[in-house]
Write a protein that binds this ligand. Sequence first.
Ligand code: FCB
Length: 467
Amino acid sequence: MTATGERPMEVGALPQEFVWGVATSAYQIEGAVTADGRGPSIWDAFCRVPGAVAAGETGEHACDHYHRWPEDMALLAGLGAGAYRFSVAWPRVFPEGTGRVNQRGLDFYRRLVEALNARGVTPFLTLYHWDLPQALEERGGWRVRDTAEHFADYAATVHEALDGVPYWITLNEPYCSSITGYAEGRHAPGAREGHGALAAAHHLLLGHGLATARLRERTREGEQIGVTLNMSPAVPASPSAEDVAAARRMDLMVNRQFTEPLLGAVYPADADEVYGEISDFSFRREGDLEIISAPLDFLGVNYYYPIHAAAAPYGQPDPALRSAYDIGVRTVAPDGPPVSGLGWRVEPRGLYDTLTGLAGRFPGLPPIFITENGYGGGGELDDTGRVSYLEQHVAATREAVAAGVDVRGYFCWSLLDNFEWARGYAARFGLVHVDYATQARTPKASYRWYRDLIAAQPSSSHSASAR
Ligand code: FCB
């Protein structure tokens, strides 16, 4: 039995070319927010709002990766990682979001990509990991359709400038960019809206589709295009019809709002009923679904925990959700499974269920990469909680592969401790500890554990060549 009381996941064989990587994102590690012509992003602005980020912290310096990236490349090499997932900061490339291109911003990523390829580490590039240029937020942000068009222009510009990137991820977690940012106000831009948040979700998906089309026009040999979703299975708190229906509404908000248009070319059938009071969906246009559902070469899945959901009386929203609108759901914390240092539930079964659920629901599902999975804790170097979490989730991945799901790789979040959004620097996810006062990097026990795991794989000497 595992600590969760479940039977241990069986360890099956992974494909030879299975990719082991680590992930980061620009705003969380780079710092250097005004260097070389970078413009402000919504996170620079949000961090200045009193109370928005724990302890008033900001990404201004973060891990100073913008200057220390060669050292971070060495850490990556020491790990033996076959792939590195990072994001490009849109405001480094277009300081005003659109119009003038900042070559110095592009040059930073060109050097990074060259260094990765020189070390045999496959770059997985995310185009949008939440740092919308502030100038575009001032023109409506993701609430407006133009932003999707600007995103496609930005994607095409980055694509043209960077050779040597086999894997392109348009968006990271559109759920967080739209709902956490525009409905709950917990993330930038800190809005609490109903219709605006649903419009943001739609325009993010549209931006993905438009960007994909632009990239396809000029795809180089072997390049693969995908999108990353965060997925949390919504588990009913009880078998009662009310709780089952509530979990389904939660599933709509977190998962199906994104998976169904992207992978099934439909808007979820229950969206009208659940969101009818909030929005008239006037942002949807004829032809959008076709753009959004253009074939993907792979799907990125970020998994951390499942959500246990129960019915709640309308008009008494769950304060934990902080949403500007009410879908009659509250989250519950059942007894039993342990939680991470951040209080996030540790339930590897949720990863297995997510992977097998996707494969079961969407015929023709593209191959999956787990583009993030990780454990948040404090400053400990002997991070046994993280090792145990990762071990269990790698085992769940193996089990999903054994059950027939086409999973091609696994990325641990994250290489370094970094700026964990509204939680600031206290929440640490790194395999490598960062002392923010000195910027000293110190590998943790989990770094050694992951290095040994990678070294023991038959594919460990291979990086992910595009298929
Ligand atoms: C994910 C984000 C990533 C990081 C982890 C802990 O939702 O994509 O940037 O914050 O959570």
